[in-house]
Design a protein around this ligand. Structure first.
Ligand code: HEC
Length: 165
């Protein structure tokens, strides 16, 4: 490991532990735990590498292009604003719940082509269900649609993000 054994054995903690059997045991357990943790961490980060991170990569796209019509009911300039189509995109649970027409089919984990979140983005602009509706904002770029599809294919994992309840 490149770490001189002398330096390790010479460290004050080891020296104290050496003369106390209980501490020695603890030190060995702790050392083993550290070695084990170091051994498994590269594996778990390798598994996550390359996967789409919802909060970092997908959420900003939804915020920019969809939130103004698909947020929790709130007041704006003294007017009550309800989520359009009954669909909210500002929380993990409500994204999975979906809207009035396609409940439970907004995001179908593993199936981007069955997920209305993506379908509405890819419909021709003239289609009534194209999102955002014609003239109501820029369409989602092809690259971002691919990213969202990849996220759904990978299981539609939100990580630690819960958003608005
Ligand atoms: C300017 C307002 C507006 C924006 C922006 C907008 N939508 Fe919509 N959305 C609507 C309206 C209105 C409906 C209801 C459509 C209908 O019933 O014909 C709707 C309905 C939907 C539905 C169907 C929900 C259901 O189950 O009934 C989906 C899915 C959807 N939008 C996704 C999106 C996505 C994804 C974005 C961002 C790319 C987006 N919308 C941006 C206004 C908007």
């Amino acid at each position: 490991m490149g770490l001189p054994l002398d330096a390790f054995l010479g460290s004050p903690i080891i020296l104290i532990a050496y003369h106390n059997p209980i501490l020695m045991k603890k030190t060995i357990v702790l050392s083993l735990a550290a070695v084990f943790a170091a051994a498994i961490s590269p594996i778990s980060s390798a598994q996550d590498a390359g996967k789409v991170d919802f909060e970092k990569q997908v959420l900003p796209v939804l915020k920019e292009t969809c939130f103004k019509c698909h947020e929790k009911e709130h007041e704006e300039n003294g007017k009550v604003k309800k989520p359009k189509g009954g669909l909210r995109l500002d929380g993990a649970a409500v994204i999975m719940k979906g809207g009035k027409e396609y409940p439970n089919e907004n995001v179908v984990a593993g199936k981007p082509d069955a997920s209305w979140l993506v379908k509405t983005m890819t419909l021709p602009e003239s289609d009534d269900l194209a999102m955002p509706p014609e003239g109501k904002g820029d369409r989602v770029s092809a690259a971002n649609i691919e990213l969202i599809k990849k996220w759904i294919s990978e299981g539609a994992n939100f990580g630690a993000w819960k958003g608005v309840e």
